[in-house]
Design a protein around this ligand. Sequence first.
Ligand code: GPV
Length: 787
Amino acid sequence: MNKNKFMESYIENLQRITLKNFAETSDKDRYFALCDTIMELINQEWRNCKNRTRRSRKAYYFSAEFLVGRSLGNNLINLGIYDEVKEILSEIDIDFESIENFEDDAALGNGGLGRLAACFMDSAATQKLDMYGYGVRYREGLFKQKIENGFQVEGGDHWIKDGDGWSIRVESDSKIVKFRDQTVKAVPYDMPMLGFENEQVNTLRLWQAEPFEEFDFSYFNNFQYDKAVEEKNRAEDITRVLYPNDMQREGRVLRLKQQYFFCSASIQDMVSKYKRYFDHDLQFEDFSKYHIIQLNDTHPIIAIPELIRVLVDENGIEFERAVEITKNTFAFTNHTVLQEALESWPKDIMLEVCPRCFDIIKKLNENLVKEFKEKGLSEEAIDPYRIIRFDQVRMANLAIVMSKSVNGVAKLHTQILKDDTFKNWYKLMPEKFNNKTNGITPRRWLVYSNIKLSNFITEKLGSDDWKYDLTKLKDLEKYLDDEKTLEEINQIKFENKKELAKYILENEGISINPNSIFDIQVKRIHEYKRQHLNLLHIINLYHKLKKNPDMDFYPTTFILGGKAAPGYFRAKAIIKLANEIARVINNDEEVNDKIKVVFVNNYRVSYGEKLFPAADISEQISTAGKEASGTGNMKFMLNGALTLGTYDGANIEIFENAGVENNYLFGAKVEELNEIYDSYNPKEFYYKNEDIKDAVDTLLSGELNDNDSYMFLDIYNCLINPQGGEKADTYFVLKDFEDYKKTHEKINKEYSDRLTWARKSLKNIANAGYFSSDRTILEYAKDIWKL
Ligand code: GPV
């Protein structure tokens, strides 16, 4: 990059888009002008990629969520011009950080599933894989979380109200999407997905719903303006807002409309391009040779009947042939074993949204049933396989029949799919099932967000090859017994903790001690993730310190954060509990030099970038068997935190890679939980264990105040006093409490041996290579996509 040219064109852009003199421009102006300048810089390469890949086999990642976060810093890193641009800006007296902070997160996802899609986009481009992302351009991303009086309050997230510096509207590629009761226009917005320091620029294409005709002139001419506006709104409603339920199926018509909307537009896009560039193949003989679609969980499965519909109805392909093509085109990833997330759509709703797709699904189901009967299976034996049962379309079954690959996202998770969730399918078609352990992009989650550690690694390894091949971190092990290196690691962590402390003081108004242990749990709030186990332990610890002020104890700061689905009462109760515990403890002068509790407000990608580098302990405490993988666990590990975790999801693989002796494993394993499932009685633990009783009783003792919301009673009840046929403590919080507490005691003791701790930290960093999403995406490309 030519520095002078960049500065020139930046200032030119700034003045052109604002009509102001340089000195009069605001941070907002400066941010958007910088986006423009970068978009100009990459334009040529982006076009080159589009042209080069027109006739090549490509993977298409279909996902209802892409949790991209901010793009400015990441794009500069991937372009290899981060430092230069910072310098250029400082030469003209612009503070990079303040314009960086102007960027709103693109929060077009809820949590892990959406963030995984974003990490995959980064890694695919970095590995020079031709992968296209297809999704939804929600006008409102995931709600903004405010905490009022300890309660979560949701606010809007109109993330593009000031503009969108990273998208190009490609009007000419618009598609028409037809629902039973309405026809809308799908307009694509393309975001460039840059590879790391290579020439690759892939595309994330997000569809926005707009009225088919800007105004219905018949209404207009009849002076029915309100009707005309109503139609416009009804179209725009489809992509107005991201549904905020993580891991919870959503039965609303509008949700299915969203799904069908982006899947239909994407399939039409693929088919029309195929016809344009492969104009000799009118029979679509080679369609599946050039396209492989990866379905990110159940949300985009409606793309399957949609492809059949487009082939049959719009291109005259015979049904059976279209089915064959489709079966060779799709692959399916499952991301949870929780039943409440597995989607099924009532026949009525499907008929209301996309009747022709329902027809097709019905036919697929009939064919399947017929095939089974011919094989001699009874009606009953066929039941678990039916795509439609009791007038419900079971989306996972549809995907499994129609895909060439079915994968889970961590070893244990895939095993549970085979043994349990999809065991019937596995018996029938074992060859389809495979594992692809998740990963994270080291560019965003280390190179960009932890510059100090990143530079240190490069210096120690004598090269920055590790950014391209993260397994090279393994070479850091030669420093395991080098005291100077270990001290430097501690020093870097300390610097990061100071920065986080400053940020938390500014944003949460709580002062924390960077010399204390930073123990962090950030993720969506969910019972299976057991934030309440963490909180009950803090309550009990607090009481112990009150009783015994001279207790040997290393000061600890407990940091929690995460959003609760707006309709999930118990998750909101957990947030209130966290804030209430924080209020009581942080105001108690007898203990608040020993423990502090912070609930960070509005946890999101850009907050995570500040938290992961500063963690000593990574809390990964889900009930064994419930967290499919987890990816936050990997971000903490890569940044040198030790994992305090259960034998669940990818934690297991973290323990395997870094050594369980360098982390803190606790809690019951899946097999044990399966065995005791029916006989488990949490009350036994409650009566037998004083600490448990102390913590649980505190929920109702009056010491904590839930402002008459009955929230703490709800948490109490779910643990030991189940209501209305619910089972008590289904997530085994009380069962695991004692082991959790003991493990915390061990951590607290071992932390003061600072060199041993640093050695463990280094062990984790050095063995985080496996968890690069570069490795994951290459496995998809090799085993499933054959790219
Ligand atoms: I299904 N996940 C998510 O964030 N939202 C969902 O709707 C579903 C799954 C998550 C899992 O809970 C994590 O364990 C996993 O790491 C992540 O998906 C990515 O695979």
